[in-house]
Design a protein around this ligand. Structure first.
Ligand code: FA5
Ligand code: MG
Length: 420
């Protein structure tokens, strides 16, 4: 539990987050670096690329973009049926303020309260926080767009009717029931009829595909360089949906995950006072969407206050006419390795988070290149390759060496690792 005890914050008895004070305990692992991102709210900053994609709203949906990122463990996990021993709760995955309080790891944390308030179609945008890997498409703070839509039995029946009209299949729509006391299968939950589940899945995927083509379909060729995108559905697992899916999208020649979604577990609706309704939900990564849309090659650009970045998004009548021009001509990354013996309670995210907190914008990617177990002592070692590359200026070997040494020193003094 103490693998990553950041003296700078956690020796404090209390910590102030977004203007409120919280007691620290053995779960506290937020860092000053992460705290410095709380309140930046890129999604409410006019003309920021995250704001621009957020503004492409779906009609019909109520929009919330100012819910506090400080949530309870209950909101972030329990309300979403996350098992008590599920890895997503680990201290190595999240930024805990204390045992009961966490910086939300996803916007799904607010689903329960918004459903309980009686809404039946809503979108939620906010900053979310995760201890995670380091590369061009991951950042410890990012933004999600959550969408939830509830249906009562009348609405499902109407959809079933339309569906049958279009697919020309036979069937008695009047007989459609939402619920049954049945079996869970790959396609449905125990209490849903197969028809209900399939109709919801169809509507969910249709909504997301419509949104995706709204974002990416070329409107004004040849002005617009953002042509249609390649994307595909893959099966997924979330503790709070079944069945679950992910949408992947081709980005720089590779498939990356853009969103997760699924049919909301009925228990969540029941506990939020909507037991006669069914629902789907999705959670989309706005950075990834925006990077794909504008051809932004590195997620770190989102946080620059550099006008040569931000000015490229200003005063555009149509977001589709924006084509990002990298500020720096391609500079090769400088690679530098670091190897150490790790203690038993070590988690890779401890190292990644440490790099994030020491780095001042130079580190692009960190990869584990080698693991090794000493034959006699049984001790394990990890070797990481750190790629140094700034988003907007060339680096000198001296500043790379300086940062690399600071990372080494910090790892030895804070992570209980031994240099090799
Ligand atoms: C979730 O967060 C679920 N709450 C999504 C969901 C909502 C599922 C509702 C079902 C119903 P996931 O951990 O896969 O799922 O993250 C969702 C998206 O956030 C990813 O597809 C990706 O686009 C983005 N994302 C995840 N981690 C990072 C990161 N470190 N940096 C930037 N974007 C990220
Ligand atoms: Mg995922």
């Amino acid at each position: 539990l103490n693998a990553c005890f950041y003296t700078s914050v956690t020796t404090l008895e209390r910590v102030s987050v977004a203007g409120k004070d919280y007691d620290c305990d053995e779960w506290t692992n937020i860092t000053p670096k992460i705290l410095s991102y709380v309140g930046r709210n890129l999604h409410t900053q006019k003309d920021h690329p995250i704001y621009i994609v957020k503004e492409v709203n779906l009609p019909l949906f109520a929009v919330f973009d100012n819910l506090s990122p400080v949530v309870t463990v209950k909101q972030n996990f329990d309300s979403l049926l996350t098992p008590k021993d599920h890895v997503s709760r680990n201290r190595s995955e999240n930024y805990y303020i204390n045992k009961n309080t966490v910086l939300r790891a996803h916007t799904s944390a607010h689903e329960h309260e918004l459903i309980r308030s009686g809404l039946s179609a809503f979108l939620m945008v906010g900053d979310v926080y995760r201890r995670d890997t380091i590369d061009a498409t991951h950042f410890p703070v990012f933004h999600q767009l959550e969408g939830v839509r509830l249906f009562n039995s009348q609405q499902v029946k109407k959809r079933n009717y339309l569906f049958q009209l279009f697919s020309k299949c036979e069937g008695n729509t009047a007989d459609l029931t939402l619920f049954e006391n049945g079996q869970e299968t790959a396609d449905k939950q125990m209490c849903h009829t197969l028809e209900t589940s399939k109709l919801l899945e169809f509507n969910l995927k249709q909504t997301i595909e419509d949104f995706t083509s709204l974002m990416f379909k070329t409107k004004l060729p040849p002005l617009n360089l953002n042509t249609d995108v390649e994307c595909k559905w893959v099966e997924a697992y979330f503790p709070f949906t079944h069945p679950s899916f992910e949408l992947e999208i081709k980005y720089n020649g590779e498939w990356i995950e853009m969103l997760g979604c699924g049919i909301l577990k009925q228990q969540i609706l029941n506990e939020a006072g909507a037991c006669d309704q069914v629902a789907w939900a999705f959670g989309l990564g706005l950075e990834r969407l925006s990077m794909k849309l504008f051809d932004i090659p590195d997620i770190r650009y989102m946080w620059t206050t550099d006008d040569s970045f931000l000015s490229q998004f200003k005063n555009h009548e149509d977001f589709k006419s924006i084509q990002f021009k990298p500020i720096l001509s391609k500079q090769p990354a400088v690679a530098n390795d670091i190897a150490f013996w790790i203690p038993n309670d070590y988690a890779m995210n401890d190292f990644y988070d440490l790099v994030r907190s020491v780095d001042d914008g130079l580190v692009q990617t960190v990869t584990l290149v080698d693991t090794f177990v000493h034959s006699e002592s049984g001790k394990q070692s990890h070797c990481y390759r750190i790629y140094y590359r700034h988003t907007s200026r060339a680096l000198t070997q001296a500043e790379v060496n300086n940062l690399h040494n600071r990372i080494k020193d910090a790892a030895e003094s804070q992570l209980n690792v031994k240099g090799r």
